[in-house]
Design a protein around this ligand. Structure first.
Ligand code: FAD
Ligand code: UDP
Length: 365
């Protein structure tokens, strides 16, 4: 009994983008989502008039005209420049690493002076630059490494920096200008009304079943459609037969305060080792919501086994090669299509998720 052209497993940004495009092209889709709500990790919910980013702060940023034009079909974006503050034992620094950071750290004024200090400090690093510690010191020197990188990264990944891949830190800009914009991208913003509304619009024409786990209902669900787009974890799909892929997870503690401005910024990073959380997010700053109260979420980085919710793939050699072996297994099932951050085990931002989903849809229609 085939009713749908595609069964889409997961209502996150990848699955929703795919459904939207396929529905536009005349194909039918059934989305199954194991959570009790749509949207995956970009889900937002309203509390006291404020859109809460329930699975962590999400700022849309891209240099792709295609991704930017696509997402703006579904929402009006309010201009927003992410300028997080680093808090090291109460000392405040600007992020990303720029002249404001260097000036506060070393009492200097000019780019030349900052470059000279970093040049001197990076001499301790010996090639090859094959771990995160070496990469970080070689980018910004030992002082910044100690105060703004080491503690944060240890908390974030639960590992020593010497055992982490250098690529993780390359996401962050290092600038010799007084510019606190966390991203280098051409476009940046926050959707007015939250991300959930975007997903609602994308899947308007699709059928949806919430609180339905594909793995637990696989044989019945497979009968419902010709092809299956799977956006969950690949090891789970194959019953962990080759071993477990590692993910880092996050636990949030939310608190309401009777003030209209608790921390003065949307994102504060706690970069010392002693503070148990990595970031605190004050949601009202994203859309500049007018409200007498405020909601703050503290983000605790935890082991995957603690929450059962996978957030960040740990892209070291061991995990990447296990992922590849699962991808080979998946090739045996010609009905199966893989996509998204979990199934492809890649650290995708939202724009990349959209672009990959469009590419997948184009390859099939
Ligand atoms: P997901 O959002 O994870 O969606 C997958 C969905 O599949 C989930 O809803 C899950 O419940 C469902 N599912 C899984 N298995 C099954 C199953 N067996 N049956 C049914 N349903 C299933 N990107 C940015 O561009 N800017 C940011 O500021 C930003 N901040 C981030 C902060 C954090 C803390 C995290 C974790 C990510 C951030 N991202 C950011 C990345 C962004 O979240 C992803 O690009 C995007 O959410 C990926 O969408 P997805 O559909 O691939 O995955
Ligand atoms: N990072 C850091 N200090 C900070 C912010 C980031 O050392 O204050 C490092 C950390 O290792 C992190 C990486 O830079 O994993 C990438 O940071 P980003 O903010 O891009 O991470 P995400 O928002 O994806 O969690």
């Amino acid at each position: 009994m085939r009713k749908f052209d595609f069964l889409v497993v997961g209502s996150g940004l990848f699955g929703a983008t795919f459904s939207y495009i396929m529905n536009q092209r005349g194909y039918s889709t059934l989305i199954v989502e194991k959570r009790d709500h749509i949207g995956g990790n970009i889900y937002t919910e309203k509390r006291d008039g404020i859109n809460i980013h329930r699975y962590g702060a999400h700022i849309f940023h891209t240099s792709s005209d295609k991704a930017w034009d696509f997402i703006r079909e579904f929402a009006v974006f309010s201009p927003f420049i992410n300028s997080p503050i680093a808090n090291y034992k109460g000392e405040i620094y600007n992020l990303p690493f720029n002249m404001n950071t260097f000036s506060k750290m070393w009492g200097i004024l000019r780019p030349e002076e900052a470059k000279r200090i970093i040049e001197e400090q990076r001499k301790e690093v010996t090639p090859p630059i094959d771990n995160l510690e070496k990469q970080a010191i070689s980018l910004v020197g030992r002082d910044i490494y100690e105060k703004l990188i080491k503690g944060y990264t240890e908390k974030q990944w639960g590992r020593d920096l010497k055992s982490l891949p250098p690529e993780i830190i390359k996401r962050l800009p290092v600038r010799f200008t007084y510019d606190n914009n966390y991203f280098n991208d051409t476009y940046q913003g926050i959707p007015l009304g939250g991300y959930t509304k975007i997903i609602e619009k994308m899947i308007e024409k699709s059928s949806l079943e919430l609180s339905t786990d594909y793995i637990e209902n696989k044989s019945e669900l497979d009968k419902m459609a010709d092809r299956v787009l799977y956006t969950g974890e690949l090891d789970r799909l194959f019953g962990y037969s080759l071993g477990r892929l590692e993910f880092r997870s996050v636990r949030f503690e939310d608190e309401k305060y009777e003030t209209d401005n608790y921390q003065g910024v949307a994102v504060m990073n706690y970069t010392d080792r002693e503070t148990p959380y990595t970031r605190s997010i004050e949601h009202r700053h994203f859309e500049k919501t007018d409200s007498k109260v405020t909601w703050v979420s503290r983000e605790y980085s935890v082991d995957y086994s603690f929450t059962g919710e996978p957030y960040y793939p740990i892209n070291d050699e061991k995990n990447n090669s296990l992922q590849e072996r699962y991808v080979e297994l998946a090739k045996n099932d010609k009905r199966l299509i893989l996509g998204g951050r979990l199934a492809t085990y890649k650290y995708y931002d939202m724009d990349k998720t959209i672009l990959e989903s469009i590419k997948t849809a184009d390859s099939l229609s």
